[in-house]
Design a protein around this ligand. Structure first.
Ligand SMILES: N[C@@H](CCC(=O)N[C@@H](CS)C(=O)NCC(=O)O)C(=O)O
Length: 218
């Protein structure tokens, strides 16, 4: 059997994708948390990008969350991707879109002033409106079944919910489908178990240490 070790940072939404996939598939794995503000030398020597997640599969080092997830999906059937090639391709495209959302959200949370924060939130809202237009009736993106795509959006919603506990973003009226999907995902067992218990307080500490606008609002 393959020995799996996931290298993680407790606040990283990309690692969270892999954790959710591993939990959904009930695959045994070890998790090794590192501090990304002072990455250990051994990590820098094995990681081509210096980024997490990294999945060690026996002696092989795999990186990039989308690739790690597809590897886990292929090696632990049944697949969490649709069988139909066009639907599968669309799922991959929307997984990439989740990464764009994370980039925008990350820019927003690091803003030091109200104006720049609000500017990024306007961009985020526009991106979310695009997503809303492309959602079906749920409860998951592909309908009744939870998929790999959902593992990419759950971390977006988790991070967004911490931000919304600090500052009301008023996303609720215009994005009913996203809000329903968000609630479904955040209640799911694998999603709840995919972050550490003190996630929210660690997130707050991160906001404070970066002297952000949101830290002033806490
Ligand atoms: N495209 C990468 C993004 C991963 C990523 O940005 N990870 C962040 C933490 S959330 C990181 O490791 N940053 C460290 C750095 O950029 O030096 C993936 O999907 O795995």
């Amino acid at each position: 059997m393959m020995k799996l070790e996931l290298i993680s940072f407790k606040l990283c939404p990309y690692v969270q994708r892999s954790v959710i996939t591993l939990l959904e598939k009930a695959v045994p794995f070890d998790i090794n948390y590192i501090n990304l503000s002072e990455p250990p030398a051994w990590f820098l020597s094995i990681s081509p990008t210096g980024k997490v997640p990294v999945l060690r599969v026996n002696d092989t080092v795999l990186f990039e969350s989308a690739v790690i997830n597809e590897y886990l999906d292929e090696t632990h059937p049944p697949s969490l991707l649709p069988n139909n090639p066009l639907k599968k391709a669309l799922n991959r495209a929307w997984i990439e879109f989740a990464s764009n959302l994370l980039t925008t959200l990350y820019k927003a949370i690091l803003c030091n002033e109200k104006d720049s924060f609000n500017h990024e939130i306007i961009i985020l809202k526009k991106e979310l409106e695009q997503l809303e237009k492309n959602l079906g009736d749920g409860p998951y993106f592909n309908g009744d079944t939870f998929g790999l795509l959902d593992t990419a959006y759950a971390p977006v919603f988790k991070h967004l919910s911490v931000v919304e506990n600090i500052e009301a973003l008023k996303l609720h009226d215009t994005l009913p489908k996203i809000n329903r999907w968000k609630d479904t995902l955040l209640q799911r067992k694998s999603v709840r178990a995919s972050v550490v218990d003190d996630f929210e307080s660690l997130y707050h500490a991160y906001l404070k240490s970066n002297n952000t606008y949101l830290a002033q609002r806490m």
